[in-house]
Design a protein around this ligand. Structure first.
Ligand code: HEC
Length: 363
């Protein structure tokens, strides 16, 4: 109880036993008006004064700390990446063992103490019973701490802090905020000061926005490095030649099944929307180069999407290879041929072609 009970306006409303919710409502605390020797508030203020230099020096230390997060370099291999071959493994293992042993010893010691305590209390209780005296259980440190933390006025003494408000039997108690709450509150104030000086005044650590931007910049850098390490993504369709490359055709099949079957049927045989892709007749020219170009640019006005905008050049190449591999597969109920019969170009690099009306040999 404080010396200011009588002077200070009420800080709590309603008593525990009369308020329907059984809850006490804290209200803002007003300063102590009367000077008194053992006033709790005065003590707390004194403590705060003592803490001030400590706080200031802590703030200075923290604010001159190096800028940690902004200088993040590529992380070295940590212990957990490969714990079994790490050179410090024995040290860590011994430390961990020692730690576990210490914890176990403490647990066992506490347990033994508790047992001893219970036995001692039993002996005392028996002694007291023999002598015919009432046995009073000693207060444990935990109970003492609990009382100190809460500093609640026992229900039996509530009359001493009752205020003379009375509303329909609901009375008001002049309770203090529990010390644990107050200390928590002071801790938040201290934390706020540290936080403000570190993050906003000294700028030693990046704010959330900066952290976000750092992360973005890092990700962009990584993506740039990754892209630079990849082979050129562009495929020159003029240099494209079809080979029976099973790996490419298998990849192309996946692309075909995922994107094309709705209009060209599972087997490429065509349906009411798309033409048959397995015959020798082509609307836009056969051969790997034409097929690649048709898939890449589409025939948008006729309902064939331009896949070059939606997928990578590799995927377009793969699916073009797959379609070339379907040539002559003659699926059942295939759509009737559309377009013109495509005759593959003669290979000119093995045999020199001779123009009919001249004698010049073209190499
Ligand atoms: C929304 C329907 C639709 C989808 C999906 C579609 N196509 Fe087509 N496709 C068509 C139509 C319609 C044509 C015929 C265009 C025309 O009449 O000129 C066509 C034509 C083609 C041609 C040219 C055929 C020829 O005779 O010259 C090729 C090759 C082709 N599509 C491949 C594909 C591939 C590969 C995919 C999947 C990545 C695909 N198509 C997805 C509708 C579609």
């Amino acid at each position: 109880m404080s010396c200011c009970t009588k002077q200070a306006p009420p800080r709590m409303t309603m008593t525990k036993d009369t308020h329907p919710a059984g809850k006490l409502m804290p209200m803002p605390k007003l300063p102590c008006q009367k000077d008194c020797e053992n006033c709790k508030e005065k003590k707390e203020r004194k403590l705060a004064d003592q803490l001030k230099p400590l706080l200031v020096s802590a703030m200075i230390v923290i604010s001159i700390l190096p800028v940690w997060a902004q200088e993040a370099t590529t992380p070295a291999k940590t212990f957990w990446d490969d714990p079994f071959t790490h050179p410090l493994l024995p040290l860590y293992a011994v430390t961990a063992l020692a730690f576990i042993t210490v914890v176990l010893v403490i647990v066992v010691a506490l347990y033994m103490l508790k047992l001893l305590n219970i036995m001692a209390q039993q002996a005392e209780a028996e002694n007291a019973a023999k002598k015919g005296i009432a046995y009073v259980k000693p207060v444990s440190w935990w109970e003492k701490m609990w009382d100190n933390l809460n500093a609640a006025v026992p229900t039996a003494q509530e009359e001493t802090i009752a205020l003379d408000h009375n509303f329909d039997g609901i009375r008001e108690l002049d309770n203090h905020l529990p010390p644990w709450w107050k200390w928590l509150f002071y801790a938040t104030i201290i934390w706020a000061v540290i936080y403000l000086s570190v993050y906003h005044i000294a700028g030693s650590l990046p704010l959330s926005v900066d952290e976000y931007e750092n992360e973005l910049a890092k990700a962009e850098e990584q993506s740039r490095i990754y892209k630079a390490s990849q082979p050129a993504a562009v495929i020159d369709e003029n240099a494209l030649t079809f080979t029976n490359d099973e790996a490419i055709i298998a990849k192309g099949k996946i692309v075909f099944v995922g994107n094309c079957v709705a209009c060209h049927r599972n087997d490429g045989g065509g349906n009411s929307i798309g033409p048959n892709l397995t015959d020798n007749y082509w609307l836009h020219g056969g051969g790997i180069k034409n097929v690649f170009t048709t898939i890449k640019n589409g025939v948008v006005e006729k309902g064939m999407p331009a896949w070059g905008k939606a997928m990578s050049p590799q995927d377009v190449r793969d699916v073009a290879f797959y379609i070339m591999s379907l040539q002559g597969s003659q699926p059942q109920n295939g759509k009737a041929p559309q377009g013109e019969l495509y005759v593959p170009e003669q290979k000119t690099d093995s045999l020199p072609a001779v123009k009919r009306d001249s004698l010049i040999v073209i190499k």
